[in-house]
Design a binder for this molecule. Structure first.
Ligand code: BTN
Length: 253
């Protein structure tokens, strides 16, 4: 009953009707020492405690969107290079949307999926380290598919595939395309093609090289994204000097 056309990503596929969070489900499997094969995908129709980055909540209308978690074992990846996993995953989602659905999506640093000025998806990666390497990686992905109504404060900030394409979209087809493209990007990561991954990431980075407003330490500043460093920090040209920022240190406005 598995239609996912990949080598390993999504070959072990579990679909739940309701769960607190698919990331939590995988964490629980690891905590119980259940054997998990690399590439396992847990998908849910409903999450009643979906989580986003920075302790935020991830709200998603039941049955309308794609919410799943992928289990990977990137043992080869040094902990200091863990951001390359974010890059590979973002690139995979982006490529799936572009190649299979013709959507000119972008990646908003670090790993939000955007269309024009609206968010359509997000990624929550939870790595478990062992020494200086990554032992387990839980990659949670939420993508708005057929949701067409958003709560008032999200109306100008969120969109979905249905709103973009003006037609209903098959959720499992999107999952299949994302798994396929993530697999391609993950294999690049496994063969250490870090420069290629970074080039592709920057090619679709939201506001890359465009002077934009940011909120930094409570102050509005005009800056230009000029790149990311090996740790995944954002490099901004501010007043003709390059400054480097971590995830919590700046906001796009
Ligand atoms: C973000 O943009 O803040 C990240 C959102 C990640 C949401 C997904 S939905 C599937 C997985 N399970 C969760 O609880 N969160 C992720």
């Amino acid at each position: 009953n598995n239609t996912i056309s990949t080598l390993f990503i999504g070959q072990n596929f579990i679909k739940l009707s309701s769960v607190d969070s698919t990331n939590n489900f995988l964490k629980q499997c690891l905590a119980n020492s259940e054997p998990l094969t690399e590439g396992t995908v847990i998908m849910a129709d409903e999450q009643f405690a979906g989580r986003g980055q920075l302790n935020s909540k991830w709200l998603s209308e039941t049955g309308k969107n794609l919410t799943f978690s992928l289990y990977l074992k990137p043992h080869f990846l040094p902990a200091m290079h863990q951001f390359y996993l974010n890059i590979a995953i973002s690139n995979g989602i982006n490529r799936a949307l572009r190649d299979a659905f013709g959507i000119n999506a972008t990646i908003k640093w670090p790993n939000d999926i955007y269309y024009e000025n609206k968010k359509i998806g997000g990624v929550l990666i939870e790595n478990i380290l062992s020494g200086h390497h990554i032992k387990h990686s839980i990659i949670g992905i939420g993508l708005n598919i057929n949701q067409s109504i958003f709560q008032e404060e999200l109306k100008t900030k969120a969109s979905s595939l249905q709103l973009i394409l003006q037609q209903r979209v098959n959720i499992l087809q999107v999952l299949n395309e994302i798994c396929k493209h993530i697999e391609v990007e993950y294999l690049k990561l496994r063969s250490n093609k870090l420069e290629l991954l970074t080039t592709d990431y920057l090619a679709h980075l939201f506001k890359y090289k465009l002077p934009s407003l940011f909120r930094i330490n409570g102050e509005e500043k005009l800056g230009t994204i000029v790149g990311i460093n090996e740790q995944g920090n954002l490099m901004l040209n501010l007043d003709d000097k390059i400054s480097v920022f971590g995830f919590k240190e700046l906001e796009f406005i």
